[in-house]
Write a protein that binds this ligand. Structure first.
Ligand code: ZN
Ligand code: ZN
Length: 162
């Protein structure tokens, strides 16, 4: 697998290049990610800031205050086609959460050892896999203490009563 990978927005005005594998891959089921993606969850490979370079047009930014941490989460999106490319997290200033679907090859990074967070708001019909770390909320509590994950023996289909 090539170390250098590329991605960009729908219209091509913004392109980026990553020069290292992600430090981890998070699948986020929080309502913020559901709303800005308009989908069920965000596949979010996390990179060190210095491992991502942007080219072309400057992204527009929208800062949102997280209702769980109170910190800013800033979406970087294309002014022309509205694709969101990455999230900057005030809580974790050294990293960028990339929007995994914007890579030219969205399957290049290894997501077998991903972790799923905010599973409490996972949508009906989503399958939570066995053998990976699942967290009901964030993997770290607000004071930075790691939370204990759940690891399922069998995959679980999210279902809601009614
Ligand atoms: Zn664009
Ligand atoms: Zn999220």
């Amino acid at each position: 697998m090539a170390v250098v990978q590329e991605g960009g927005c729908l219209c091509g005005d913004i392109r980026y290049q990553t020069s290292a594998p992600p430090v981890r891959v998070t699948i986020c089921h929080c309502r913020f990610c559901q709303r800005f993606t308009g989908s069920a969850f965000l596949v979010e490979p996390i990179f060190r800031q210095q491992d991502v370079a942007f080219y072309g047009a400057s992204p527009q930014r929208y800062a949102h205050r997280s209702d769980s941490s109170g910190k800013r989460v800033t979406l970087n999106f294309c002014a022309r086609c509205a694709t969101t490319l990455c999230l900057e997290l005030e809580r974790f200033p050294d990293i960028l959460g990339m929007c995994g679907g914007t890579f030219d090859d969205p399957n290049w990074f290894d997501r077998r050892q991903c972790r799923h967070i905010f599973t409490r708001s996972a949508q009906t019909g989503v399958m939570l896999p066995a053998g990976v770390e699942l967290y009901e909320e964030h993997a770290l509590s607000l004071d930075g203490t790691p939370r204990t994950p759940t690891v399922l023996a069998h995959a679980l289909l999210v279902a809601r009563p009614g």
